[in-house]
Design a binder for this molecule. Sequence first.
Ligand SMILES: NC(=O)c1ccc[n+]([C@@H]2O[C@H](COP(=O)([O-])OP(=O)(O)OC[C@H]3O[C@@H](n4cnc5c(N)ncnc54)[C@H](O)[C@@H]3O)[C@@H](O)[C@H]2O)c1
Ligand SMILES: O=C(O)C[C@H](O)C(=O)O
Ligand SMILES: [Mg+2]
Length: 629
Amino acid sequence: MAMFSKHLRLSSSFLQRLRLHVTAGNPGRHKLSSRSFTTIEGHRPSIVHKRSLDILHDPWFNKGTAFSMTERDRLDLRGLLPPNVMSTDLQIERFMVDLKRLEVQARDGPSDPNALAKWRILNRLHDRNEVMYYKVLIANIEEYAPVVYTPTVGLVCQNYSGLFRRPRGMYFSAEDRGEMMSMVYNWPADQVDMIVVTDGSRILGLGDLGVQGIGIAIGKLDLYVAAAGINPQRVLPVMIDVGTNNEKLLKDSLYLGLQQHRLDGDDYLSVVDEFMEAVFIRWPNVIVQFEDFQSKWAFKLLQRYRNTYRMFNDDVQGTAGVAIAGLLGAVRAQGRSMIDFPKQKIVVAGAGSAGIGVLNAARKTMARMLGNNEEAFKSAKSQFWVVDAQGLITEGRENIDPDALPFARNLKEMGRQGLREGASLVEVVKQVKPDVLLGLSAVGGLFSKEVLEALKGSTSTRPAIFAMSNPTKNAECTPEEAFSILGENIIFASGSPFSDVDLGNGNVGHCNQGNNMYLFPGIGLGTLLSGARIVSDGMLQAAAECLAAYMSEEEVLQGIIFPSISRIRDITKEVAAAVIKEAVEEDLAEGYHGMDPRELRKLNQDEIAEYVKNHMWSPEYPTLVYKKD
Ligand SMILES: NC(=O)c1ccc[n+]([C@@H]2O[C@H](COP(=O)([O-])OP(=O)(O)OC[C@H]3O[C@@H](n4cnc5c(N)ncnc54)[C@H](O)[C@@H]3O)[C@@H](O)[C@H]2O)c1
Ligand SMILES: O=C(O)C[C@H](O)C(=O)O
Ligand SMILES: [Mg+2]
């Protein structure tokens, strides 16, 4: 209680400060009828309490050369900008010419040497004009998602100390213990819908990058805005800095984070607990996405918070859903029905947060198809062989990780199969002859020539290879390697983007991007708009099934099992609608702003889709109106 009143005091001084800042039209005040929807994220004027240079330096309000002359007069901007008033289109064109200047030498494949330079140009735009930034990103998502997101975001995190200019997001460090409840009021927005938080301990497949991991939270939230239409004023990237075990960073005098080894045990938990309590006190309806936590904590934190808070872990749960959709697509691509999935033999390389997440979800999906009982769940286990850094995981493993234990193979049975504890990946592939080889190991090139040669013995009519580790150099193999060794009759997906492969006979080997980006934005948006108190297994399952069903029969037969990223806004809308529907069915939905749960329950499928669409923010300049304090 004492803590709470301290807060309220801080909160009122904070509010005063905030009044100096922003009062963008509050969409929450609009009452929705269940049958007629107004455009919520529409184009009402924004009231501003500042003028002149303060506006030009504010990325929320800045329009740069696009300010009309009347608006320049109204806001005391005349003379502060070059006189030529530009249309938004011209403004974007001028920016794109600058960005594309790097293109000449940048067309040499996925490891684009100018990627970091492009990120810098885009980041500078993000800092000075939010609307324009998202307009550029959404209109060119295929080209620039790989810059603001995987793989370039990995390079950005690795070099963050050098790239850091203007802060973005919040940092909660071990030194802030006891202060978080008040610190959280230092953030200027009264409404935050989405937080992506990391502790920087496992950034993509690049290991512990400490405080520099904030880049991944920023990149994920860029996709929340671009794909899910979450209003960029209501997203918050967060870094929980409990130290780093990266010896290089500990010795680097330019490192921006706490230079101490990571907290562990109860000390670690107390920091994360305090952070969760603080953000949910200030923003009770926020959704917190956990991102790139080392496996050791990923599962524990998920279990600790998932029944109390609106949160999910993207690497465990988002990845699982995307993999399930891909695995079902791979069955369909063999010309078989999805219900044949429980017959697939699946070898998984990697038993970390992502690998175990996928295994648990795949086993449950098989069990559901086999009758959804204990027996079905038991028998589904026999379809998986899991290989980690120490080889095949069996019950003979000493100090086995409890999360991997359910997938440990029986030693005797393995003996009969010609395998043993710790058998190498190539041995496992040779003996098992799997339908699917799925990598979440973070080891680039793990699917070596030898492993891919062994996969030629697969009993599948169309073997599937999922090289899901990120970024690009950590992919277990490239599509060129896969298609050149196994021929064209395979399904290929990678976590980071690769180009399709010219097979030289007029055919193209399709490279799918199997990345959790196809689910997390829709899971977040659906949870937000349903007002579900928690993110349930059923909601996650509905999201995965929606993605699986999104691809047409024709596409799947061509080996296209995931949509192109250019369709990400559309797929996200559908995923969000599926999540809302499930939340309503499970009686978890508590509504959102003007849409109360009873009204939500009355909506049919099309109306839910419309409700989602109308709540997606689009980058358009609002008219600014000055109001004195
Ligand atoms: N495509 C996606 O959407 C997606 C989503 C999440 C994670 N990932 C990627 O998955 C990778 C792993 O993430 P994580 O959180 O599970 O990491 P992690 O560190 O928790 O797990 C890595 C696992 O790989 C195993 N491994 C290491 N060397 C191996 C080897 N030679 N052979 C077989 N297994 C080996 C380790 O023993 C461990 O079990 C990362 O590269 C990450 O970027 C991709
Ligand atoms: O960030 C990505 O591209 C996917 C995933 O969350 C990962 O950790 O690799
Ligand atoms: Mg991740």
